[in-house]
Design a protein around this ligand. Structure first.
Ligand code: GLY
Length: 373
């Protein structure tokens, strides 16, 4: 069983295939894009041992030559050092402008390889084979690519759309439960930002989806990708509406910085907490009913995903420090903090009109045990 979401962007249009067994059948999807039977693959040290041979087996069977590069797993790979290593690998392998490169991995590999192909020979095509839930529903779609700078995350990059995305749902079975649930934070985000109906569907189907229900997983990835495709079609380079996809991210990026980008807080966990805090802020500003953050928190708690700052293990800096870290976020425009807030579940909007006092109180309450539920 597989479904297709089309991303309509003129000559940069592409399909996202979502279903089971896609890696084993990958050559049939790739062949139409190949000018010659040769392809290069970049993966990481977690994903490679699990999935590379399935991909290369499919390529060999179809008579496609390949070469692969395995980079260290982890956020540190989204750096100048590994960008340069990746480009050297492409040049050593004599990748031409008409060739195709495969990114086999989660968000780190997708972002790095996407950026490397954006600048190699002024642009080479690439295919995303996302292996985490987070990458399947968010980072592999929409063409944001890049690396981190010492000054902040994703500060160096380019918009470069993939030619094809293969979201193989079977791969999700190899994820650790915590990584799967972190990706679920991004899935919930779509319901919150644009569809109460999807959020209600997740309330009903989230637990079975987490337990491995394949049809529910395919449907959740399909709806998330369709919602993202619709937004990207209207605002590819984030001049306006696409910023809604950053719901929860201003809080999230500050919390990631506060925890040193370590595995104390995974990105999707930060997004879930950030969404809960954005809804709490909206309720305190009288923009949405208090039932909205309460309903969201209840769903996150049912799913056993981090919901509040106090759920993060270890010491955290105080609220003032977290607020100052929010000021480092790249979504700060003219020193003004931009927030995505909500009028209800499924209706979000962007504003810069939020008092620091309210944000501080929301952060402080989210740190106290027993508060804000
Ligand atoms: N992850 C947010 C975006 O792609 O715009």
């Amino acid at each position: 069983m597989s479904v297709v979401v089309h991303v309509p962007l003129g000559d940069r249009s592409y399909d996202i295939h979502i279903g089971q067994g896609l890696l084993k059948k990958s050559s049939q999807y790739l062949l139409p894009f190949l000018a010659r039977p040769k392809i290069v693959i970049v993966t990481d040290s977690n994903v490679g041992p699990l999935h590379l041979t399935t991909l290369t087996g499919a390529l060999s069977e179809a008579g496609i030559e390949y070469a692969s590069l395995t980079l260290p797993a982890g956020e540190g790979t989204k750096s100048w050092k590994f960008l340069s290593e990746t480009i050297d690998f492409f040049l050593d392998e004599k990748v031409e402008r008409s060739d195709v490169v495969i990114a086999l991995g989660g968000g780190v590999i997708g972002d790095l390889v996407g950026f490397a192909t954006a600048i190699l020979r002024r642009g080479v095509d690439f295919v995303q084979i996302p292996t985490s839930l987070l990458a399947q529903v968010d980072s592999s779609v929409g063409g944001k690519t890049g690396i981190n700078a010492s000054q902040g995350k994703n500060l160096i990059g380019a918009f470069h759309q993939p030619k094809l995305v293969l979201a193989d749902i079977d791969i999700l079975e190899t994820l650790k439960p915590r990584d799967f649930l972190a990706g679920y934070g991004e899935v919930v985000k779509y319901g919150l930002l644009g569809s109460e109906r999807f959020f209600a569907w997740l309330e009903k189907n989230g637990p079975s989806l987490a337990q491995g229900n394949i049809a529910a997983r395919i449907e959740a990835v399909r709806i998330s990708c369709q919602m993202k495709a619709d937004i990207v079609e209207r605002d590819e380079t984030e001049q306006g509406e696409r910023a809604l996809l950053n719901l929860g991210h201003t809080f999230c990026h500050a919390l990631e910085a506060a925890t040193g980008y370590s595995d104390r807080l995974l990105h999707g966990e930060g997004v879930a907490i950030g969404c809960a805090l954005a809804f709490e802020t909206s309720a305190r500003l009288g923009l949405c009913a208090q039932e909205a953050p309460s309903r969201l928190r209840e769903h996150l708690r049912t799913m056993k995903i981090k919901t509040d700052i106090r759920d993060i293990e270890g010491d955290m800096p105080n609220a003032a420090k977290i607020l100052s870290l929010m000021g480092q976020d790249k979504k700060v425009v003219g020193k003004q903090l931009n927030f995505i807030l909500a009028r209800s579940i499924g209706e979000s909007f962007m504003t810069s009109d939020v008092s620091n006092k309210v944000i501080m109180a929301v952060i402080e309450d989210s740190m106290k045990s027993g508060a804000g539920s």
